[in-house]
Design a protein around this ligand. Sequence first.
Ligand code: UTP
Length: 450
Amino acid sequence: MNYEEASKVLKANGQEHLLQFWVRLDRNTQSSLLEQIAAIDFREVERCQAMLKGAPADAGSPKKGNPTAPRVSELHGAELRAAIAAGEAELAAGRVGVLLVAGGQGSRLGFDGPKGAYPIGPITGAPLFYFHARKVLALSRRYNTHIPLYVMTSQANNADTVAHFEKHGWYGLDKRDVIFFAQGMWPGMTADGKIILDAPGHVFMSPDGHGGMLSALKANGCFEDMRRRGVKTLFYFQVDNPLVNVAEPAFIGIHTLDKSEYSLKLCAKRSPREGLGMVVRRNGHFDMIEYTEMTAEMNNRRTADGDLYFKYGSPAIHVFDREFLEKEAAKDMPLHLAHKKIAAIDRAGRKVAPSEPNGYKFEKFIFDILPDAKRVTCVAFDRRDEFAPVKNADGKDSPASCRDALRAKWRRQLAEIHIAVPATMPLEIDPAAMYDGRDILNNGFLLRNA
Ligand code: UTP
């Protein structure tokens, strides 16, 4: 795209101000600005502008109606054994892939680099990515198969993420089985729909949300890669939770036995007002209500035996049917607005950090495809075993609380196979050696390392 073409497109879309400092820019900045402008999808910009004018975020999805709590299974006994057997068969047949979303900005944690590179191992300081990738390795070895790991990055962290995996030898995985794909970036806008410049020759862009995964999988040829490999089922999780049982056989298995398109692990809320998304049913569809949309009455409603009626929240641990994702990738997803402080330039081209939110970012959320799923399975799990995200630098959901949860989980896993570890003893386990206690029994790894 050259200057004249950019100028024409911008004029047609009421965004001419993006070129207002053109004559002041050096050649490199001019060409990178043109590249940015060429990459903007003005059809999506129009959708964002419509939202700013008050169009409903959820156009087309069945949001209206009285929400009720869904059926949530707890797997025990024969049902659990059947689910494990079915999941193991899928894994061994190479029909399972793993989707890790790691394109976020991790602004609350304030870590310099991709969030997945954050050192979380209680003894070694091993990064979040290590714990995720080593679980994929453990299951690939256990089932003698290749489990592809698709890692979603953003344009802001893609190069650093790829370099991180390279530096760490892909954590033992075959590098052909680690596939990186960058999500889209969207320009930020002011309330009147004008795209924001954060430097005279640079448009402010931010990743398009974890829901951007679908268009990014499509645009990067990942669905073809999955089809070529025979992958039918995808385990999805977020980069900030090193406790998650990646591609857990029982979860894969129940999803397969139920012939579901979308399965979710859900955990009991800690308190009525805990900020987890709630899965509900309404108008014959499943749906996710964000905690901000829950009324006080809904939060506090009780069943006859005193339990919370809306008891289970979603920690974003999902299993998807690949064909379902492909169908959804062909559709527009709803947009969500976030009002943010965005450092932007003033009329003179000086960067100004605002004290109040001054602009909007737009995001897509993966769970917005839930109402389209014809078959959905909800499985309850004990959050102590699988949910301790690293969101904040201190306090709740911090590295410290996550490390405590990791140590406690490992102690429980070892206790199950009659190995008692005192609470005060430093402990860290490589998931490739022990995905769960069964690996120790099978591999005798403690004896070998004694
Ligand atoms: P969060 O909602 O916690 O956002 O992402 P974040 O960007 O990581 O952190 P903050 O809010 O700036 O502090 C949940 C998961 O979704 C991924 C994140 O990488 C994380 O795994 N995500 C989020 C994306 O992959 N892309 C996005 O655009 C947003």
